[in-house]
Design a protein around this ligand. Structure first.
Ligand code: GTP
Ligand code: MG
Length: 171
């Protein structure tokens, strides 16, 4: 068949937000891991959509590893930024990391699409995607296409909508 277009995606966000769980759900079932553990450094993963072949840099969100993120910005053609919608205390930290990302010279002047997952929507105290969007001031992002989707990565809910949007931005 036709070879799918290859796209490098950076998966970013605080530790425990659900990045690895999301990427794992997007992989074919025979390639999915059973147990997800906190990522050390980063991990390179692959998944396909109807027209694209994604290579994902699944970065650790732990504070001590966040300085690794920027080394991959140049290679990234799309960003998946994951937020734990129930982690109200660290929403400000997530915003700081997002702002640092958006102001980085390797990101700032590029029209790189950003898909936000307001993850863990299944938890009782989770904020809505609208509220998460407000707290992160996403409406201020004017020079990049972006989208926010509520998700439950454990059940795989909301992920496909997000990835469909991302695919449309790249094609
Ligand atoms: P780091 O690798 O440390 O940066 O974390 P991560 O962002 O990759 O998070 P990970 O995927 O390891 O998930 C952290 C924990 O959150 C795990 O126990 C997951 O099962 C749980 N989790 C992930 N997504 C969801 C969700 O949508 N709902 C609920 N309830 N739990 C989730
Ligand atoms: Mg991880």
């Amino acid at each position: 068949g036709l070879k799918k277009k290859e796209v490098n995606v950076l998966c970013l966000g605080l530790d425990n937000s659900g990045k690895t769980t999301i990427i794992n759900q997007l992989k074919p079932s025979n390639a999915q891991a059973q147990d997800i553990v906190p990522t050390i450094g980063f991990s390179i993963e692959k998944f396909k959509t109807s027209s694209l072949s994604f290579t994902v840099f699944d970065m650790s969100g732990q504070g001590r590893y966040r300085n690794l993120w920027e080394h991959y910005y140049k290679e990234g053609q799309a960003i998946i930024f994951v937020i734990d919608s129930s982690d109200k205390l660290r929403m400000v930290v997530a915003k700081e990391e997002l702002d640092t990302l958006l102001n980085h010279p390797d990101i700032k002047h590029r029209r790189i699409p950003i898909l936000f997952f307001a993850n863990k929507m299944d938890l009782r105290d989770a904020l809505s995607s609208v509220k998460v969007s407000q707290l992160l001031c996403l409406e201020n992002i004017k020079d990049k296409p972006w989208q926010i989707c509520a998700s439950n990565a454990v059940q795989g809910e909301g992920l496909q909508e997000g990835v469909d949007w991302l695919q449309d931005q790249i094609r």
